[in-house]
Design a protein around this ligand. Structure first.
Ligand SMILES: *[C@@H]1O[C@H](CO)[C@@H](O)[C@H](O)[C@H]1NC(C)=O
Ligand SMILES: *[C@@H]1O[C@H](CO)[C@@H](O)[C@H](O)[C@H]1NC(C)=O
Ligand SMILES: *[C@@H]1O[C@H](CO)[C@@H](O)[C@H](O)[C@H]1NC(C)=O
Length: 614
């Protein structure tokens, strides 16, 4: 006969007296269960519960619970509840916040200002949804194949735009069924870009474009880059070319460049300065880039002059001037003299000016009307400030002709001194980035989300070197992560973002020949959806939380710019990491907290955006 369960229990409690040891065991296991569930309910100290740290963990837990509750209310107060954030409508598949022209016009912006970035307008009706990929979205091909062939369905471009794309950098595209092909590197297709590059090199007195790097041309800002083909060619010569173009509703140069794995960012300077410091680039390139340089009292040229390094080149190709083809545009001629540029060469439709290497040039009275700015340093933290009609940079310690740079790839201790940066800080940043990259690279596999997750150091199987291409370091410090990627031989380039409140290390980043930009993480990043394979941030979360920023908004923005199956790697203190993990689940990312091998208070949060969300 079977004894009902409660009888059995009854029997147990009345009849046999369990031994003392057994009771103790029970107590211990109950405690362990509580500890286990307790920890996993707030994310889990995944691999270790440090017993000496218990009181600390406890107080942290209280604080964590409070934060989690506030995040919960934040989520609940939105229309979407806590079940997970809903998907945006189909019309927002290519959505870029801050560039709503019709809203800007309604707001009263005109005379070209409506095309500028106006976050204050579009952030009033903040979206609270996840931008979805187009229905026929496909995983981009890996580098370097993906540079030459992209999926038609991933970008927004019309058939008409193919047919009308006549400029040198655009006409190289062919449409093959569902693919767009660009010229291949081995030059099977007639290649106007290579001829152009060779011509520019010869015009500045070099034997060939392979000499750009040695001649000091290491960073190029390619304004209106077509679809990035010139930049792609420069990258093959170890020159970092950043494509910059205005926001475009369809056929975006920036969207297509990034889809190809080429560095690009949305930007224009109709009324505001670019988010780069003075003396940033060795060359500014404009091939029919649409900027009317001779307009607006030369303010556009003053802005170009600001970000150009001493001895740097300004290359103008095609008729983006309001004058006849081939003839010297006279208002420009006059103005370039006032900003101490000399016309080096002119061939057909290509003009090249060189910025002076002599800072005294600007102070001499013969130079006419352009005054120096009163506050030389005002633009060091320049973040979309209004365009100025005065000159900066001449008193900078970074005033150094590009032609005189050493041929060493690495930054020297003397360079660091110019930037006012301690050697040990710089090298520590590199060393810790190097070991961090080594630690988490092996984790970047869906295996990490399984029940038997990978741990740092489990080397096998390691992802291929070209698994990711477009990387953003959201809090780049000295660019150590960029250096680490280069040193490890990964097929990635890094967009180094320096947050506005952080120490402005952007000049140092740019001087290392890296891509970089200043950004306020309370605002959306100027890029199209699905443009990065990996977002990395060390210490950004705790910083933003201390500034009382909404982490939810930040994660929604990260989700927007991340490609499907893209990775998020966040290193931070335990508290912010646990909060973020909670929110990551709302966004339906796969997420796992990883303990670092050392006994620090930091944790790694590794997330992956799913390919499709149901
Ligand atoms: C742009 O602004 C207009 C006018 O305010 C608005 O109707 C429209 O929904 C906005 N578009 C987006 C994508 O936010
Ligand atoms: C740069 O190099 C040129 C030629 O070698 C030299 O005359 C000039 O003094 C150098 N300028 C600086 C600032 O080092
Ligand atoms: C622990 O590792 C992290 C990441 O590699 C590093 O930033 C931190 O300085 C290390 N802490 C200690 C105490 O070694």
């Amino acid at each position: 006969m079977r004894i009902p369960l409660f009888n059995k229990l009854l029997l147990f409690s009345s009849g046999h007296k369990p031994p003392r040891n057994w009771l103790l065991l029970c107590l211990v296991s109950v405690c362990m269960l509580i500890a286990l569930f307790g920890s996993s309910s707030y994310g889990g100290l995944d691999y270790s519960v440090n017993s000496n740290a218990e009181p600390r963990v406890y107080t942290k837990y209280r604080r964590l619970k409070e934060q989690v509750e506030s995040d919960y209310t934040e989520l609940k107060s939105s229309k979407n509840g806590v079940k997970g954030i809903k998907l945006c409508g189909k019309e927002l598949e290519h959505y870029v916040p801050c560039y709503n022209v019709s809203a800007n016009l309604l707001f009263g912006f005109k005379d070209g200002e409506e095309f500028d970035r106006h976050c204050e307008v579009s952030m009033m009706d903040e979206l609270y949804c996840l931008v979805r990929p187009p229905r026929d979205y496909k995983t981009p091909l890996s580098w370097p194949v993906g540079r030459d062939v992209i999926w038609n369905g991933n970008v927004k471009i019309s058939k008409d735009q193919f047919l009308s794309s006549g400029s040198m950098t655009k006409r190289l595209m062919l449409l093959e069924e569902n693919q767009i092909s660009f010229n291949s590197d081995d030059g099977l297709i007639f290649d106007g870009v290579k001829d152009h590059s060779r011509q520019v090199a010869e015009m500045i007195g070099l034997g060939s474009d392979a000499e750009f790097w040695q001649a000091g041309v290491r960073t190029v800002l390619d304004i209106g880059c077509g679809f990035g083909s010139f930049g792609a060619h420069l990258l093959s010569l170890k020159v970092m070319a950043l494509c910059m173009a205005a926001y475009e509703l369809t056929g975006s140069q920036v969207q297509l460049s990034l889809e190809r794995g080429l560095p690009a960012i949305i930007g224009n300077f109709i009324t505001r300065k670019l988010p780069f410091p003075a003396l940033s680039y060795d060359m500014i390139h404009c091939a029919q880039c649409g900027v009317l340089w001779d307009k607006k009292d030369g303010m556009f040229l003053i802005e170009a002059n600001r970000i150009l390094k001493p001895g740097g080149y300004f290359v103008l190709h095609g008729t983006s001037l309001s004058t006849n083809k081939g003839s010297m545009p006279s208002p420009i001629e006059e103005f370039t003299r006032k900003i101490c540029w000399t016309l080096m060469a002119q061939q057909e439709e290509t003009f090249i000016w060189q910025k002076t290497t002599d800072a005294q040039c600007y102070s001499s009275s013969t130079q006419g009307a352009i005054p120096l700015c009163k506050d030389e340093h005002e633009d060091i933290q320049s973040y979309y400030q209004p365009l100025a009609s005065c000159l900066v940079g001449t008193a900078s310690k970074r005033w150094f002709p590009i032609q005189n740079r050493s041929s060493d790839y690495r930054i020297s201790p003397a360079d660091l001194e110019i930037h006012g940066i301690q050697q040990h800080e710089f090298y520590e940043d590199f060393e810790s980035s190097r070991s961090a990259l080594r630690n988490y690279w092996s984790l970047l596999t869906p295996l990490i989300f399984s029940d038997h997750p990978k741990r740092p150091g489990d080397e096998d199987p390691s992802p291929p070197y070209n698994m990711i291409r477009n990387v953003m370091d959201m809090n780049a410090r000295y660019g150590g992560m960029n250096s680490a990627f280069l040193e490890a031989g990964k097929a990635a380039w890094v967009m180094n973002v320096v947050p506005v409140e952080a120490r402005n290390t952007l000049p140092l980043i740019l001087d290392q020949g890296f891509a970089g930009v200043l950004h306020d993480w309370r605002e959306p990043f100027p890029t199209y959806p699905r443009t990065y394979d990996m977002l990395h941030a060390n210490g950004l979360l705790s910083h933003l939380i201390s500034e009382e920023c909404s982490i939810t908004n930040l994660l929604l923005e990260m989700d927007r710019i991340l490609r499907p199956e893209g990775w998020v790697v966040l290193l931070d203190k335990l508290g912010p990491i646990e909060d973020t993990r909670m929110l990551a689940t709302q966004i339906r990312w796969e997420a796992r907290v990883v303990d670092l091998e050392n006994d620090s208070d930091q944790r790694l949060l590794v997330c992956q955006k799913p390919f499709v969300r149901k």
